[in-house]
Structures are given as C-alpha cells and as structure tokens.
Design a protein around this ligand. Sequence first.
Ligand SMILES: *[C@@H]1O[C@H](CO)[C@@H](O)[C@H](O)[C@H]1NC(C)=O
Ligand SMILES: *[C@@H]1O[C@H](CO)[C@@H](O)[C@H](O)[C@H]1NC(C)=O
Length: 336
Amino acid sequence: MNTILAIIIALATSVNSLGVRSLIVNGKGGGHVAIGFHLAETLSLDQGHQVTILQNDDVDFTQTPFNAYANLPSNVQIVMKSFDSTFSYPFKDLEFDFVFDNNSKDPTGPVESALLKSNPCKQRYTFVGSAGIYEKPDSLPHNSPLNESMPINTKKPAAQFEAALSSTSIPHILFRCQYIYGPLCSKNYLDYFTYRIKNMLPLPIPSPGTQIASLTDVRDVAYQLSCVCTSLPPTGSIFNTGTFNDLKHSYVDIAEMIGDGLNKTPDVKLIDPEIKTDFPFRAKEFFVKSDKSVKEFDNFGGGEKKLKNYIPEIISSFDARDPTVDTSKDSVAISA
Ligand SMILES: *[C@@H]1O[C@H](CO)[C@@H](O)[C@H](O)[C@H]1NC(C)=O
Ligand SMILES: *[C@@H]1O[C@H](CO)[C@@H](O)[C@H](O)[C@H]1NC(C)=O
C-alpha cells in the first residue's frame, strides 16, 4: 500500500514538475560559462524542469563547455542566437517559470534590454553576476570576508544590470560569484599551482600568502543557484555564491593541499604583491562570505565537498589536459 502510494505521489510530482520551464541565458564565456551546463543538468535531472539554454552563437563549439552540450539530458533544448544588435527575444509566446541570466552586463545592450522588456518569467529571474562589483573598504581588517551588504562599484556593467533589473517589476534574485573551478570550466585557476608543484618549480605567491580565497566547485554553484526554484527567496534578495564550510584556505594553504595531493612539497616564494605575475587571484585579499544562502535556502547545505576532497579530481584533470603553463615572469618576481 505504502509503495503504491509512493509511486502515485512520485508520478504526480513528476507530471507536475515537468510543467516547470526554465531558461538559462548563456553568454560567450570567460572562465565561468560552464555554470550554464551544470545548471541545465541540475534543473533537468534533479528538479525535472524543461530547460532551454539560450546560447550566444558567437562561440567555438569545439571548446568546453559547448562541446559537451550534446551530453545534456533530452529535456534540455539549446537555442542559438546571435547576441548582436539584430537580436530579438525568441520566446515571446512562451512564459518561463525561472530565468537564470549568466550573460547580461550593460542593461542597454540588445539582449539585456530585450530580456528586461519582455518580462520573461513568472517566478524568479536570477541574475548570475560577479563579486567583482564589491568595493572592499580599506578599513576592513585582514581575513574579513565581503558580505552582501558591502558597498559596490555602481559603474561596473554587472552592477548596472542589477540596478536595472531591480527597477523593474520582475521578481528577481541577485547572485555574486567568485573563483569557480571544476569540470568543463575553461579557466583553470589552480593550474598555476599544480604545474609548478608537479614540476618542482618555485611557486611565487604574493606576500603575505595568508590572503584567503573563496573557491567554489562549479557543480556546487549550479546546485546553489537551482535552490532558488525550491526556496523562492524574496524578490530583491542578494547572495554570494560559495561553499559555506570551505572558507578557510589561504593562498599558501591551497599550495600545500595541492602539494599533498601530488606528494610533493611546494617551494613557495613570497613575492612583492605589487609585482605583476600570472598569479590567478588578486594580490590583495578579496573573498566573500557565503553562509547567507545556507541559512536562507531550504536545501543548500553549503556544497558537497571541501576543496581538499576535490584535489584528486583537480590533479587528474590537470594530468589529462597536460597544459603548458608560462612561468617566464617567475624569476624576475622572485629575485625582485
Ligand atoms: C557568469 O557568471 C560568472 C560567475 O559569477 C561570472 O564570473 C561571469 O561574469 C558571468 N558571465 C557574464 C557574461 O555575465
Ligand atoms: C557585513 O560585514 C560588515 C563588515 O565586516 C559588518 O559590519 C556587517 O555586520 C556584516 N553584515 C552582515 C549581514 O553580516
């Protein structure tokens, strides 16, 4: 009896959720465009949504993550469009429940203005922006994270889009992300560390090396974003992305963790933070606090794994890609 009841409930739920439609607006890239792929997977597999990815067609479809689109579940539809001045909103007769926008910048741009005008969703419009808009006050002591009430630089395009979206009647949520790594990400921040440690080269790190970084696996970010659909946070809510349990890693800790994974001791050289190198994070400490979404979302526990537990995967991805990392700036930085 219980089993039959469970099946009936499961069927009813799946029929119901099949009706939920989500739109993911995906831009050209930068290092973080893989969010759209993982989000499409999470929304379609975990929540049974019918997902449409509106993809800027001016990308190289032989490159990650675009070359993996064919592996997405069958209830994910990809619509490719030119995002130039000829753009017109292609879904005028379709209302989505949720929109996830990982494209918009200048609100007067062709895609941005079309989206803002067309009021494309019933439930929540989630803008996936960047923590790069925070203006860290000089008065903030070392090792204090940036929370959602920090001042922002209103001149930055992502901040302008946030303001434009907030001035509409569209129910919306604003996310601000920082350094994202993991499968299909085209920017591999940690290669800087892995390459040098693996090849036993000196590892320049901007002094003092105790700066904390907020690094998040892209699958955790996608899951965190998808929780908007189940938690329906109040319109206007702002969240940093990130894994709650994992905000304790300084630049030197990260080197040591990767060193442990490679069974090698990193040869850390603390360098003058003013010297320009290829170091992947800011020389000045800049990291976000991300426990707000853990507190306010019903089912976001703060990420699946800690960075330490992702290290074996990070190393095998490095080995599979076997990237050449330019270390030509290192010796000047180290001897300065
Ligand atoms: C997409 O989201 C990522 C993560 O926040 C961000 O770095 C990137 O700037 C966003 N892309 C666009 C085109 O807005
Ligand atoms: C945000 O951080 C500032 C500076 O550390 C602090 O004064 C403020 O109370 C924090 N706000 C929240 C909501 O945590």
